[in-house]
Design a protein around this ligand. Structure first.
Ligand code: 5GP
Ligand code: ZN
Length: 117
């Protein structure tokens, strides 16, 4: 399942380069192009779903695989012990810019409060 206009589908297909840090049959993790923390990795299902609601409704097992991969990324990045943050922006108020569901893995420094204000 892909969306021809989706930038993350193009990364999955290899049409746009990305620095991959984890990959299996169904999940891909790659570094954010504009990192906002020392560790800033995006974890996505390879299949295209717009957001968490679509992913979990269609394939809850895949949602679990994505979360498991996020935890593995945190371990591999060396941030598991000190702590890290998992974030899925959703919709306009959530600040979502890419409409292929993705989880941000942030770590490597104290991340401060949950929201700026
Ligand atoms: P959102 O705001 O939708 O939660 O996050 C989208 C994220 O994708 C942003 O942090 C942005 O920096 C990242 N991003 C946008 N385009 C690209 C790209 O082509 N490659 C990579 N690696 N990250 C991207
Ligand atoms: Zn997509």
């Amino acid at each position: 399942m892909t969306d021809a206009d989706c930038i993350f589908c193009k990364i999955v297909a290899g049409d746009i380069p990305a620095t991959k840090v984890l990959e299996n049959d169904r999940v891909l993790a790659f570094r954010d192009l504009y990192p906002k923390a020392p560790t800033h990795v995006l974890v996505i299902p390879k299949d295209h779903y717009a957001n968490v609601a679509e992913l979990t409704a269609a394939d809850p097992a895949l949602a679990g695989e994505v979360l498991r991969a996020a935890a593995e990324v945190a371990l591999n990045e060396g941030v598991a012990e000190d702590g890290w943050r998992l974030l899925a922006n959703t919709g306009a108020n959530g600040g979502q810019e890419v409409f292929h569901v993705h989880f941000h893995v942030f770590g490597g420094k104290p991340l401060g409060r949950m929201l700026s204000n």
